[in-house]
Design a protein. Structure first.
Ligand SMILES: [Zn+2]
Length: 451
């Protein structure tokens, strides 16, 4: 899909584009950008083509050139399950890896040139990341966590989370000693980030509850930071967001229902947030078309409304917001929704399209641990770029429409966009067969008998 490993790197000269550089600066028309290898080498008006080397010139007149998108919350190994049961019990490791390798190419095709997979099933992430980096698999730049650390109270999957040991993406840790040991082990085996589920869903209790103590969070953060590794945490209530920030968590996912105390802690600690409204909005806006339950639709709509105002306050206070789609579930299939978070930042937080684009590009570099090296179109930055037919500085939704992507450049090489979208059949044992969607009562069967 990309020309990695061919040995012959062709420089690219993108001509006459309208440039959105990702820094927040206004779009500039008539700009040329020269890419040599994985490097943006020159930017200016009417650049001279380098002589004595292969240069492909790409006419971008009337098109917008901008940094590639960075999805800060993407579960590439999950394989689009429709339920937690399917996610935890129908995904053998080898199959999951094949599926991830199949799916990750779709991100590039959708203009995503970088992503963070904070927690992956069967600890597959680092091997996939390395496979992409070495050219075995076509995919974007990837940063990876391993299993998410959970306490015995569980995470988002209620009682499917085991009391100890590992299952799917979950690693249940029972004591501070074990938290410290597993953190060190994960770093040894290649984790770029350590992921904690600070809140968990406990059947019969409303919302998610904080299931980690401050001391426990601190133990993981201190251990990871001592080994130069950042920590990312799932926090779906105000209290967890506050304690995660105080403990030193670097990137908070969701920060749902954030209150003033939590925001203050986030600001004081300099933590970043990826709200990940996309999953919630997909369920709230479109869940009915794919058979989601009405109760779930309401919960998720409320969560966006309850969170948006404080998230805007966070943005105004200078908190770095990142765009994440939570792609990887049946409600967020790969390659379809990576740009929607920008749209939601505009709609629900009142950000300008350029501000939202900055969240998905410049700010996203933090998730890749490449802050200041990728995510903007500036001389000396890594060469991840998009060329799109439309003006995302006016309507950011054009970035969600793959038909408008003219060129995707990943690590300095063009991604092939013209082939058919990757298709596959259901794998044996992959799907959970439901016996029915409702109870087969006697009344239901006889309701039309006129009795
Ligand atoms: Zn997630």
């Amino acid at each position: 899909m990309t020309n990695q490993g061919s040995g012959e790197l062709t420089s690219l000269l993108l001509r006459s584009a309208t440039l959105i550089d990702g820094t927040g600066a206004a779009p500039q028309p008539g700009i040329d950008v020269l890419v040599r290898g994985d490097n943006i080498e020159a930017i200016g008006e009417r650049l001279a083509a380098p002589v004595g080397e292969a240069v492909e010139q790409i006419d971008c007149l009337g098109l917008t050139l901008m940094p590639g998108l960075i999805d800060a919350h993407c579960h590439i190994t999950f394989g689009e399950p429709a339920s937690n049961d399917e996610l935890f019990h129908h995904r053998p490791p080898a199959t999951s890896m094949l599926l991830a390798a199949f799916n990750v190419q779709k991100l590039l095709r959708a203009g995503v040139t970088g992503f963070l997979d904070a927690d992956c099933i069967h600890d597959l992430g680092p091997a996939l990341r390395d496979g992409i980096a070495s050219g075995l698999v076509a995919g974007p730049r990837m940063a990876s966590g391993m299993n998410a650390l959970l306490t015995a109270a569980g995470g988002t999957a209620g009682r499917l989370i085991p009391d100890e040991g590992t299952l799917g993406y979950a690693r249940t840790v029972g004591s501070i000693d074990e938290m410290v040991r597993v953190t060190r082990q994960q770093i040894k085996y290649g984790a770029d980030w350590i992921k904690i589920h600070v809140t968990g869903l406990i059947p019969g209790r409303s919302g998610e509850l904080s299931v980690w103590s401050l001391d426990e969070l601190r133990a993981v953060c201190d251990t990871a930071h001592a080994l130069d590794t950042p920590v990312v945490a799932h926090c779906r209530n105000a209290d967890s967001t506050r304690s995660a920030a105080i403990a030193g968590v670097d990137l908070i996912l969701h920060a749902s229902h954030m209150d003033h105390a939590a925001l203050e802690a986030v600001i004081d600690a300099g933590a970043s947030i990826a709200p990940t409204f996309t999953f919630l909005a997909n369920l709230a806006d479109h869940g009915h078309t794919v058979g989601a339950s009405a109760a779930q639709v309401d919960i998720f709509r409320d969560e966006i409304e309850a969170t948006a105002q404080m998230m805007r306050a966070a943005f105004d206070a200078g908190v770095r917001l990142l765009c994440g789609s939570e792609s990887g579930f049946s409600l967020t299939p790969y390659g379809h929704w990576h740009a929607r978070e920008m749209e939601l930042f505009v709609e629900t937080l009142g950000l300008s399209p350029l501000e939202a684009i900055g969240c998905a590009t410049r700010n996203g570099a933090f998730a890749l641990r490449l802050d200041g090296r990728v995510g903007t179109v500036e001389v000396g930055r890594l060469a991840d770029l998009l060329v799109v037919d439309g003006d995302p500085s006016i309507d950011v939704r054009v970035l969600g429409d793959r038909r408008r992507l003219r060129h995707v450049i990943s690590r300095g090489q063009q991604v092939e966009l013209s082939g058919p979208w990757p298709q596959r059949q259901t794998l044996p044992g992959e799907k959970v067969g439901n016996w029915s969607r409702q109870l087969l009562t006697w009344d239901l069967v006889h309701a039309t008998d006129g009795a």
